[in-house]
Design a protein around this ligand. Structure first.
Ligand code: SF4
Ligand code: FES
Length: 312
């Protein structure tokens, strides 16, 4: 996208900015702009409608994430009309969202919580309506699906289509019956970067099976590090509670613009404590026997001479 400088006005502040989308300009200049479906590394979808803004020359409201600014544009982003439109969008999203933040693994770190607090109203008008229910799916060994919480932002769908190209998830059905799912068989996500959608999901519909119900954001301490598992030295953030590694997340580094990390990097710590091989098997006359690591190390030659075999 061309970056010629243009002169625009945002809430009566005149700015000399590059010709980008209003959302990109807001991020660049620290202007607070709500977003759910927009993500700086994914294609623009424009389907959550939370980033509404007014432009003087237009009769209707525009989406900040898909509006490229032009010379002389005059935008209003905090008028009463815009603020009430954003409140209405959040109110509609919350009709079906289960509001189970106290038991949600993503409680305290999700966009929907933060943005409802800042841009939402303090009450809704849909108390009597039953919440929509969607059957949970089991498409992955790493990802827990809580599709009742999904707001159909399509970030996960776009990640698998735009970034990895595996098209592992789709938005299937229409209207009330829309849900995240797979058209294809096997009904399983086969993608080495699949864990990234846990970070992308703004509402906790996709959470990590490995860290399920084990941590809260405010209990852990961040340590910046580099990964050594995939020879790319990806910058990572290791979240520790005491001396235990609770979670590994991508971090940004000076030489890494794309900071997606693979599932090997993200979930390898599961083998340090929980899924550690404590009792190795040895094979004797076709049968498996438990032996301790100490036995295996000290009596290795003896076992071999007696016909014991170590499974490979
Ligand atoms: S599962 Fe999450 S990321 Fe995917 S569409 Fe739903 S809310 Fe968006
Ligand atoms: S962030 Fe603009 S429509 Fe979702």
């Amino acid at each position: 996208m061309a970056e010629d400088a243009v002169l625009i006005s945002v809430d009566e502040f005149v700015m000399d900015v590059p010709s980008l989308t209003l959302m990109q300009i807001a991020a660049k200049y620290g202007i607070q702009m709500p977003r759910f479906c927009y993500h700086e590394r994914l294609n623009i979808a424009g389907n959550c409608r939370i980033c509404l803004v007014e432009e003087e020359a237009e009769d209707k409201m525009l989406l900040a994430c898909s509006t490229v600014v032009e010379e002389g544009d005059i935008f209003f982003i905090t008028t009463e009309k815009i603020l009430s439109a954003r409140e209405a969008v959040i109110e509609y999203l919350l009709i079906n969202h289960p509001l189970d933040c106290p038991i949600c693994d993503q409680g305290g770190e999700r966009d929907l919580q933060d943005q409802s607090l800042i841009f939402g109203a303090d009450r809704g008008r849909f108390y009597e309506v039953n919440k929509r229910a969607v059957e949970n799916k089991d498409y992955s060994s790493f990802i827990k699906f809580f599709l009742n919480r999904c707001i159909h932002c399509s970030r996960c769908v776009r990640f698998f289509s735009d970034i990895t190209g595996t098209n592992s998830l789709f938005l299937i059905g229409r209207g009330y019956f829309s849900e995240i799912g797979l058209y294809t068989s096997p009904n399983y996500i086969v993608d080495i970067f699949s864990g990234s959608v846990i970070d992308l999901c703004p509402v906790g519909a996709l959470t990590s099976k490995v860290t399920a119900y084990t941590l809260r954001l405010w209990e852990v301490m961040d340590i910046k590090d580099f990964d050594i598992f995939d020879c790319l030295c990806s910058p990572i953030r290791v979240e520790m509670r005491g001396s235990s590694i609770m979670r590994i997340l991508p971090s940004s580094g000076a030489y890494f613009v794309e900071n997606w990390i693979s599932d090997k990097v993200r979930f390898n710590f599961d083998g340090y404590l929980k899924q550690r091989l404590i009792w190795p098997f040895v094979v004797y006359k076709g049968r498996l026997f438990y032996r301790s690591w100490v036995c295996c190390i000290f009596y290795y030659k003896k076992y071999l001479s007696e016909g014991w075999r170590f499974p490979t």
